[in-house]
Design a binder for this molecule. Structure first.
Ligand SMILES: [Cu+2]
Length: 148
């Protein structure tokens, strides 16, 4: 009887933990583990706009040392307004807490990122056409601060 109860407790615990363990953060098709597999860089250069005839950010999934910077270079933020946040395949959600600020003018922009985490960004005009990406700052955040 004790064994049966212990098994039941274990099974219930496994059911509770399994979905959490599988819930790896993914933003704009960039998973935390994919970004973590990319060597850490102190400066990430991201091209944006029409690249090889396709609207995109290149690279669209990157890995940065905390305190490092990302530099966006491309077709101009007037035509490709930068936003911090996520595109879910239907619509965009701007993240008010994103360390990537909105940019509506200029062409090149560098921002230093100190806060660890996986941060998405998108073009306010062309997110549905493929212009979205994400950057992992620091090591994997899963379990580090509570599943977010
Ligand atoms: Cu765009």
């Amino acid at each position: 009887m004790k064994t049966a109860r212990a098994y039941l407790v274990f099974a219930l615990a496994a059911l509770c933990v399994a979905p959490l363990a599988a819930a790896e953060p993914v933003i704009n098709a960039c998973s935390e583990s994919a970004a973590a597999a990319i060597p850490l860089q102190n400066n990430v250069q991201i091209q944006y706009g029409f690249i090889d005839g396709v609207l995109k950010y290149e690279p669209s999934c990157t890995h940065l040392n905390p305190g490092g910077s990302i530099t966006f270079t491309g077709g101009g933020f007037g035509g490709h307004p930068l936003r911090g946040g996520a595109y879910n395949g239907i619509g965009t959600t701007q993240d008010p807490a994103s360390p990537i600020p909105a940019k509506d003018s200029g062409t090149n922009f560098t921002v230093t990122l100190n806060k660890q985490g996986l941060f998405g960004f998108f073009c306010n005009f062309h997110a549905s056409s493929g212009m979205s990406g994400a950057i992992l700052v620091g090591s994997e955040t899963l379990f580090a601060d509570g599943f977010d």
